[in-house]
Design a protein around this ligand. Sequence first.
Ligand SMILES: [Zn+2]
Length: 165
Amino acid sequence: MSKVLVLNASYEPLNITSWRRAIVLVIKGKAEQVEHNGRFIYPEMPLPTVIRLRNYVRVPYKEIPLTRRNILQRDDHTCQYCGLSGDGLTLDHVVPRSRGGGDKWDNIVTACVRCNVKKGNRTPREASMPLRNPPRRPHSSLYFEVTRQVKSGTHAEWKKYVIGV
Ligand SMILES: [Zn+2]
């Protein structure tokens, strides 16, 4: 069954929960329904797809580890230079390591082997290979799951609650 995006009282995405848990929160008055998919589970109770908590919940910031897997996911498994997607993708330092470019979210992008070799030890500007998307640190680990759900079309209605998806 479908999942439900939970927004904080401030409308920021907080987490993803099951529809059962979401219904309980709404019935208990702890959350309000923001979006539903038009299907009813009880009379006057449409199945929610987005709910919002009535009280603000303070969340400690959780850093997302800078890993190959997470970078590929952020870049949608697509070469950030030519748009090729699929297997055999590599990671490219935008400013090459040999020239002081660090291992940071905003300096590592997904690149196909061809583009990686072609770019070599140059910056995108020097190589005349502009990036399709400026690389940046994802907002949260929730960002990954929400992006996946929005892009797959399962929950396109979540898009307006998340910046940068
Ligand atoms: Zn490429």
